[in-house]
Design a protein around this ligand. Structure first.
Ligand code: GAR
Length: 211
């Protein structure tokens, strides 16, 4: 099974979705390590409950972003991690980290990229009046929330939505999309063609609508 390290900063509901998927021995990836940049977060409790090693590496303990990332990398590599999944990891990573883990580092973002990179995606989607919103799993590149898109899940924006209601609908989609994309990757069904991802079996396999 593919050995996965998950980077977190908070609640860890996406981590939970990955842990739940990987609890099935038939799932092609296993979560071997959870690293948080913030101590005491719920994500670390979720790791512990699943019997997965969890550790805090505080970015505040390092003089630079890169020094922090070198510490993360050392710990990930000591655990034999093949793939790094960012799941609500709220640090911007440097070109050094992106380059070191190139094509072995993925992220989930709460919008249909390339729309709404950055923060407050749900409020911005509402303000823009879009009718469809959702989430994306993508390979990480240097520019924030950019990189080859592996899969997306779309949800409707409904009358009466506020950012919280919309976020909850998107989050449910995230919890389906992330394990789905991790499975595609771990099964070796993704090929990077330039900066686009070809999905063996057809692009429809990485597209979830109105889950
Ligand atoms: C998720 O909605 C994730 O997509 C988002 O933060 C939330 C984390 O929730 N990530 C980002 O905004 C990354 N910039 P979780 O900790 O419960 O998975």
């Amino acid at each position: 099974r593919l050995r996965v390290g998950v980077l977190v900063s908070g609640r860890g509901s996406n981590l939970q979705a990955l842990l739940d998927a990987a609890a099935d021995p038939a799932f092609p990836a296993e979560i071997v390590l959870v690293l948080s940049n913030i101590a005491g977060v719920q994500a670390l409790q979720r790791a512990a409950a699943a019997g997965v090693p969890g550790e805090t590496i505080s970015h505040r303990a390092y003089p630079s972003r890169e020094a922090f990332e070198r510490a993360l990398t050392e710990t990930l590599e000591a655990a034999g991690v093949d793939l790094v999944c960012q799941a609500g990891f709220m640090r911007i990573v440097t070109p050094w980290f992106v380059d070191h883990w190139r094509d072995r580092l993925i992220n989930i973002h709460p919008s249909l990229l390339p729309a709404f990179p950055g923060l407050d995606t749900h409020a911005r989607a509402l303000a823009a009046g879009v009718k469809l919103h959702g989430c994306s799993v993508h390979y990480v590149r240097t520019e924030v929330d950019s990189g080859p898109i592996i899969g997306q899940a779309a949800v409707p924006v409904l009358a009466g939505d506020d950012p919280d209601r919309l976020a909850a609908r998107v989050l449910e989609a995230e919890h389906r999309l992330y394990p789905h994309c991790l499975r595609l990757l771990a099964e070796g069904r993704l090929t990077l063609e330039g900066e686009r991802v070809r999905v063996d079996g057809g692009r429809d396999d990485a597209l979830l609508i109105n889950p």
